[in-house]
Design a binder for this molecule. Structure first.
Ligand SMILES: Cc1cc2nc3c(=O)[nH]c(=O)nc-3n(C[C@H](O)[C@H](O)[C@H](O)COP(=O)(O)OP(=O)(O)OC[C@H]3O[C@@H](n4cnc5c(N)ncnc54)[C@H](O)[C@@H]3O)c2cc1C
Length: 450
């Protein structure tokens, strides 16, 4: 493998793409709508605000360059997942609400595709599928039940039995069965750049390398960037896990680092051995799951490994440990790829909540400031539609958007100190559970015999 220092933070999607950034803010800013954070949530919110109110002054401020963070470095699977697994949703919210939420997530996926088409964004959008796969007997039974639950709600999420799994992945004896969801595959970085262009064409004032800082005051919050004061009617904070650095949702939106790595291109022979001709996205059913996809040039992208990233930084040895684990996981999925090495590896820090639902709505400390985020690692489709709905809600005098799962505040761990102490242990426990199930002997061979 390449040396650690040369390959960390090398986002595969960036390769071969160069673009100039917009100037940083260098004076006080006055606007009607201030959008903070230029990921998918922020780009979509700014675009829709400007389209809905063309005369309004809309400004979008991004701490780095557009596409540098999660929105430009994810695995590009635009799927239907919002919130926890379906059985948990049914248990806590009932069947009707769970069905509404799934229907809404289908709508979000379709909306993402229609937005990309309407804006003429060239981001290699392809209709595909996502297979959630079971690697253990227990998970295989969970997926059987899950398929039945979706059917009982009226959705066709087929169960893929061992025979078909074997046909699709002849090399992998670890995948026992799967359930199939609809999905699009895309290049996330190109999507961000396409939206950046759309935002600029619409007339949004975009400032890159402009980090917003919050100053708590008795009468609310005061925002500055690059030392300049920001004046606005409404602010929309789409900063994902960085919301805690702005002193909001400090013990409820949890910053979790997620790692990804990409192999060299597979040879024709290697590709034939592993199969994967449908090129669907994969993610497994363990608590500490991996996600995988093929790239346009026959590389494998594998992601996973979740670490608490309170300071916004993960130390180099820990990064190396996570990447080594990804290498093992890749071989676990595809034993014939023993010798294959990663050429790109990077990580992003996503916002998560304990109950896995996102958070959208006005901040407790200021009703003119909204937060959109905490996508729990599934935000590609959901963040785009959320931008539109929030823009609509704010323009209609602060009406709450009608998300079936809507909530604007979230139960957390009470105090940031408690998060710092308990969360690493919780994640380690999930990791151990996933490892135990991975090594669990397959006692009942009914899946393998089919
Ligand atoms: C490795 C990895 C793989 C993933 N794979 C998938 C996938 O396949 N499918 C899927 O649906 N989801 C996936 N996700 C999750 C997905 O990327 C996110 O849910 C989505 O990008 C969230 O978009 P966002 O705009 O809300 O947040 P972000 O993309 O995190 O954007 C927030 C932006 O705010 C900026 N910002 C932060 N603080 C400030 C500040 N103070 N001032 C100004 N700007 C600031 C940041 O620089 C950043 O650009 C993955 C995530 C990772 C890390």
């Amino acid at each position: 493998m390449d040396t650690l220092s040369s390959t960390l933070h090398k986002n595969f999607w960036l390769e071969g793409i160069e673009y100039a950034s917009q100037p940083a803010l260098n004076q006080a800013l006055h606007c009607d709508f201030l959008v903070i954070g230029g990921g998918l949530s922020g780009l979509s919110t700014a675009l829709h605000l400007k389209k809905m109110q063309p005369a309004a002054r809309v400004a979008l401020l991004e701490a780095g360059k557009i596409g540098d963070r999660n929105s430009g470095l994810n695995s590009g699977q635009c799927g239907t997942r919002i919130g926890p697994p379906i059985e948990k949703q049914i248990k806590s919210l009932g069947k009707e609400m769970a069905a509404n939420i799934y229907r809404y997530s289908q709508k979000a996926m379709q909306y993402a595709a229609s937005l990309i088409e309407a804006q003429g964004i060239q981001c290699n959008l392809q209709t595909s599928n996502q297979w959630q796969v079971a690697l253990t007997e227990k998970d295989a039974r969970i997926l059987e039940d899950r398929a039945l639950l979706y059917q009982s709600l009226g959705f066709d999420i087929p169960l893929i039995g061992q025979r078909e799994v074997k046909k699709s992945f002849p090399d992998s004896s670890t995948i026992l069965n799967a359930i199939e969801f609809p999905a699009y595959m895309l290049n996330p970085y190109k999507l961000c750049l396409g939206l950046k262009e759309a935002v600029l064409n619409a007339g949004v004032y975009l400032y890159e390398n402009t980090k917003v800082v919050s100053h708590k005051q008795k009468q609310g919050i005061k925002l500055t960037a690059n030392g300049h004061r920001l004046y606005y009617q409404h602010a929309i904070l789409t900063v994902n896990s960085r919301i805690t650095q702005l002193y909001e949702h400090t013990a409820s939106v949890l910053p979790i680092a997620v790692f990804a790595a990409v192999t060299r291109p597979l040879s024709h022979k290697e590709k034939q051995r592993i199969g994967w001709s449908k090129e669907q996205g994969l993610f497994d059913a363990r608590p500490h799951f991996n996600f995988l996809r093929l790239t346009h040039d026959d590389r494998i992208l594998i992601g996973g490994e979740y670490r608490y990233a309170n300071s916004g930084h993960i130390e180099a040895p820990q990064q190396q440990d996570c990447l080594d684990r990804l290498q093992h996981q890749l071989i676990y999925f595809f034993p014939s790829l023993q010798q294959i090495r990663f050429e790109y590896q990077w990580h992003g820090i996503v916002g998560c909540t304990l109950d896995e639902w996102p958070v959208i709505g006005p901040l407790k400390s200021s009703s003119t400031c909204w937060y959109i985020g905490a996508w729990n690692g599934h935000g590609v489709a959901a963040s785009l539609i959320a931008g539109r709905e929030v823009a609509q809600g704010i323009i209609s005098d602060g009406l709450m958007p009608r998300f079936p799962w809507h909530r604007s505040s979230v139960m957390g761990l009470g105090h940031p100190a408690l998060v710092r102490i308990t969360l690493p242990y919780y994640l380690e426990w999930l990791r151990i559970r996933s490892r135990l199930t991975q090594h669990q002997k397959i006692k009942d061979s009914r899946y393998l015999k089919k």
